[in-house]
Design a protein around this ligand. Structure first.
Ligand code: S3P
Length: 439
């Protein structure tokens, strides 16, 4: 895909207020998968209609599911009843690591051959991390010599294994759990550091035999016939990671107040709220979900302050992995040093987010140092553009840098922004609704 579109963000204007963001990306992917293999028609309200999730939905259709949206945006999915058909050709899942890794796990236990590929960014991301456990379970996975997609999965005849995750990755964990559904025997994934647990919660909600005992997550397999889940209604809350841009912008403006309504509050996603508090902002959380809901959701109000630097590292990292570019932005606005460590995974996201953030922050006059596993940012910076921001086709870089542009002393041009459509097509409109001038 050639991406040439750019945006100019003018400084100032951010008013705060009340905001509602589109549906959670991680949960939307997983509803497409689970509804796609259930028996009957599931309905999903709040499904994120962005490129990544729509590609996963299309892939599920290639495996035999059917899906349609009504005029209110409610998605219906008629599932396959557990069976996975062999797709007629290779499946292109676009930019999404979640789509590719979860789909690979889901189809690995069926006696079919499937080729998955993506865009240039996705086809350069590491896939040995799923090849290894899937091959130990009995599948055969072909990758390029570099260990990347295009990936061909020769599926079927899986057996359960015990697998200790070598990387803190919810995508790898979910891949193994989904493969375990179609395996004979029990699959146990050992997770030394907690990562987002949407897959586990959703499987529990559909009645799957999944057990979580400390670091061990076990799923009893149904064998190659697959599980017999019944269709059900799903409600996807707003995406915390999308609301994060607005919460962060408000946090850095003393006196500004912003309330994000109906957003996911899974505690393995919300470490940014702890970071905002440490940096000096006031954060209030109001839970509106019911005890029986599989996911926690509610409203978050942030009141801005003069921020101070902080450090994020260790077990906190997986719980704000997608917000780390934004933490670097906050570091540029806070007084003192902000350190991000233990985050080498950032180098294998949609772009090398450590190198790309260091380069872009420096181009705005921010004092930043690149570490192997993170960034050191000194603030507060006088934010002043010397050239256009280079997003490298990475949606989270584009959006995080758009937030920093609000604090600049001159308009900031952000190049190559079509990538934002992979997760948050309404981003620029919402930025304008919050008072910022965008061309
Ligand atoms: C995701 C997990 C995270 C995150 C990604 C979505 C998921 O990746 O960065 O945007 O939905 O499971 P890793 O678990 O590989 O770090």
């Amino acid at each position: 895909m050639i991406q040439t579109q750019s945006k100019i963000v003018h400084p100032g204007g951010f008013t705060g207020g009340i905001v509602r963001v589109p549906g959670d990306k991680s949960i939307s992917h997983r509803t497409a998968l689970l509804a796609g293999i259930s028996s009957g028609v599931s309905t999903i309200s709040g499904f994120l209609q962005a490129e990544d999730c729509l590609n996963t939905l299309k892939a599920m259709e290639a495996f035999g599911a059917r899906s349609w949206f009504d005029e209110d945006g409610i998605l219906s999915i008629q599932g396959t009843g557990g069976k996975m058909l062999e797709p007629a050709g290779p499946l292109d899942v676009g930019n999404s690591g979640t789509g590719m890794r979860l789909l690979a796990g889901l189809c690995a236990g069926s006696p079919i051959t499937v080729t998955l590929s993506g865009d240039e960014s996705l086809n350069s991301r590491p896939m040995r991390r799923i090849q290894e456990p899937l091959e130990r379970m009995g599948a055969k996975i072909d990758l390029t010599d570099a260990g990347t997609a295009p990936m061909t999965i020769h599926g079927g005849s899986l057996h359960g294994i015990e697998y200790c995750l070598p990387v803190n990755s919810a995508q790898v964990k979910s891949c193994c759990i989904l493969a375990g559904l179609y395996a004979d025997g029990t699959t146990t994934v050992v997770e030394p550091v907690p990562t987002r647990d949407h897959t586990e919660r959703m499987l529990r909600a559909v009645g799957a035999p999944i057990k979580v005992d400390g670091q061990n997550i076990s799923i009893q397999g149904y064998g190659a016939k697959g599980p017999k889940f019944l269709a059900r209604p799903y409600v996807v809350p707003g995406d915390f990671s999308s609301a994060a841009y607005w919460l962060a912008a408000a946090a850095a403006i003393p006196g500004c107040e912003l309330r994000a309504e109906n957003i996911g509050l899974n505690r393995r996603r919300t470490a940014l709220l702890d970071v905002l508090r440490r940096m000096g902002a006031a954060v209030e959380v109001e839970r509106t979900s019911l005890a029986a809901d599989p996911e926690v959701y509610g409203n978050v109000t942030v009141r801005g302050a003069a921020l101070r630097g902080t450090e994020v590292r260790g077990e906190e990292i997986p719980n704000l992995i997608d917000e780390l570019p934004l933490v670097a932005v906050l570091g540029a606005l806070a007084s003192g040093r902000t350190a991000i460590r233990d985050a080498a995974e950032l180098r294998v996201k949609e772009s090398d987010r450590i190198a790309v953030m260091a380069d872009n922050l420096a181009s705005l006059g921010v004092c930043v140092r690149e570490l192997d596993d993170g960034l050191l940012v000194e603030g507060p910076a006088r934010v002043s553009p010397t050239r256009a921001i280079r997003t490298h086709g990475d949606h989270r870089i584009a959006m995080a840098m758009a937030v920093l542009a609000i604090f600049s002393d001159a308009p900031v041009c952000i190049g190559n922004v079509a990538c934002v459509d992979t997760s948050y097509p309404e981003f620029w409109n919402q930025l304008q609704q919050l008072g910022v001038n965008v061309e």
